[in-house]
Design a binder for this molecule. Structure first.
Ligand code: NAG
Ligand code: NAG
Ligand code: NAG
Ligand code: NAG
Ligand code: NAG
Ligand code: NAG
Ligand code: NAG
Ligand code: NAG
Ligand code: NAG
Length: 367
């Protein structure tokens, strides 16, 4: 199999935006998320967290660090007997939930269609604006990855938190925290409209899930999960049951889009990209895009060359790449899987898919 060599990158004029994006000092690896746009990488569990009930929220990408392009958050919690939040909707924010580890149940309702799924590692749920939703942590060590667009949504959790989380041992969450209450209560959740949270206290989460899904005619690990052709229908994609594309740019890459320009109204995209080990004789392409982007490593190790540094990211590490920043990425291990979040409709995933072939497997060919 011959690999495609570098695509010709359309070089965008060097503008004030570039200078601003690269206006930083110090190393790219940081211990705290920057409060302005600059390239950075942050290790898993390093980002500052806050405590909401028994849940710990961390924000590796924030409104300030992305110029409000998106917020990337992770929530660590033990299983609970009750909902992790009371039912509510957002009028302005598009929310996305992904299981990084463990299981949680997600409920969504729009136009009278109530759906629920139990999401385990690699599963995804889309919560467009005005979708009533709630969730519950099920497994003892669960990490929920969230993408919220536009960015800045972390302000809600700062406001709700009882304290900032700190752990000298980087424990994902406090094993001694109480697990018996929905947090916040109905009075508090009803007072959060200034944060774009509208309580939907009449919503009654259905309890009839069979094999992790309801209604019973849902396709959940029984067949493919197509993405909707609009930007308002909530949907779910089980791990490896969504659309897949095989790219040969710089080696093999399997791209699995979770959010496309169509499903986000052109505002952002989210995909997983699984890649093989870089071959010695493959030229790695320079990348540069007109929107901000971030990778979070899900498996393996991602190498990123940016700002004169060689960054090696492991599971849960995040790298933030401002618009118009030139970088390269590849894997030096046999199997690396990342989540990519891109601002706008012209991110790396969209570019790769444009020159990839539709592919039926989550893995690449044997030669
Ligand atoms: C790289 O080298 C291997 C072994 O020599 C060869 O099989 C493969 O086709 C080469 N790949 C490219 C892209 O030239
Ligand atoms: C797209 O991929 C094909 C191989 O799948 C390759 O021949 C072609 O050169 C690529 N196009 C660009 C613009 O790189
Ligand atoms: C770089 O940042 C510093 C401090 O925030 C600011 O004073 C300066 O004007 C910035 N330079 C450019 C070119 O944006
Ligand atoms: C969401 O609902 C609000 C209030 O009904 C409405 O004004 C707004 O247009 C809706 N937004 C979308 C994206 O449907
Ligand atoms: C968390 O820390 C920030 C600053 O680091 C502070 O402004 C905020 O008040 C703290 N929150 C709580 C609940 O202590
Ligand atoms: C959890 O339940 C225990 C026993 O019923 C109670 O004492 C405690 O206040 C509860 N915690 C919360 C946060 O509701
Ligand atoms: C809800 O929580 C708030 C803040 O913790 C508290 O002041 C209030 O009394 C609670 N209300 C009810 C009905 O439990
Ligand atoms: C599934 O069943 C519901 C009724 O429970 C129906 O409204 C819906 O259209 C069905 N969906 C599919 C995909 O058949
Ligand atoms: C996309 O962004 C525009 C502008 O902020 C907003 O009006 C629209 O509702 C967003 N659409 C979606 C699907 O997020």
């Amino acid at each position: 199999m011959r690999f495609t060599q570098c695509l010709v990158v359309v070089v965008v004029a060097f503008t004030a935006g570039t200078a601003q994006a690269l206006n930083y000092s110090g190393p790219i690896w940081v211990d705290e998320v920057p409060t302005y746009v600059r390239p950075y990488a942050i290790q898993h569990y390093s980002a500052g967290g806050c405590v909401v009930g028994s849940q710990i929220y961390r924000f590796p990408v924030t409104g300030p660090s992305s110029d409000n392009a998106f917020t990337l958050m992770s929530t660590n919690a033990p299983g609970s007997d009750s909902l992790g939040v009371l039912p509510h909707l957002h009028q302005l924010h598009y929310e996305n939930m992904f299981s990084f580890r463990g299981r949680f149940q997600l409920w969504t309702e729009k136009d009278g269609d109530q759906e629920t799924r139990i999401l385990t590692q690699g599963d995804y749920g889309a919560i467009p604006q005005n979708t009533t939703h709630t969730f519950q942590f099920l497994d003892p060590d669960t990490e929920m990855l969230g993408v919220v667009q536009p960015g800045g949504f972390e302000d809600l959790f700062y406001a709700l938190s009882s304290s900032n989380y700190s752990s000298s041992t980087s424990s994902p969450y406090n094993p001694f925290a109480s697990t018996n209450s929905s947090s916040p209560n109905s009075t508090v959740i009803s007072s959060l409209e200034s944060f774009d949270v509208y309580a939907e206290l009449d919503f009654s989460p259905r309890t009839d899930a069979v094999n992790g899904a309801a209604p019973t005619n849902s396709t959940w690990r029984t067949g493919p999960n197509a993405l909707p052709s609009n930007a308002y229908t909530p949907y779910y994609v089980a791990k490896d049951y969504g659309p897949k594309y095989l790219s040969t740019e710089g080696g093999y890459q399997v791209i699995q889009p979770l959010v496309t320009p169509t499903t986000s109204g052109g505002n952002f995209t989210v995909s997983t990209i699984t890649m093989d080990r870089l071959s010695r004789n493959v030229t790695v392409c320079d990348q540069s895009f007109t929107g901000h982007a971030a990778f979070e490593v899900l498996e393996g190790q991602l190498t990123v060359l940016m700002g004169g540094e060689v960054l090696k990211l492991l599971q849960g590490d995040v790298v933030f790449i401002p618009e118009k920043t030139t970088y390269k990425y590849y894997s030096l291990v046999a199997y690396t899987k990342v989540m990519l979040i891109s601002q706008g409709a012209e991110g790396l995933d969209t570019k790769l898919i444009a020159n990839a072939t539709s592919w039926s497997s989550p893995v690449w060919p044997t030669s």
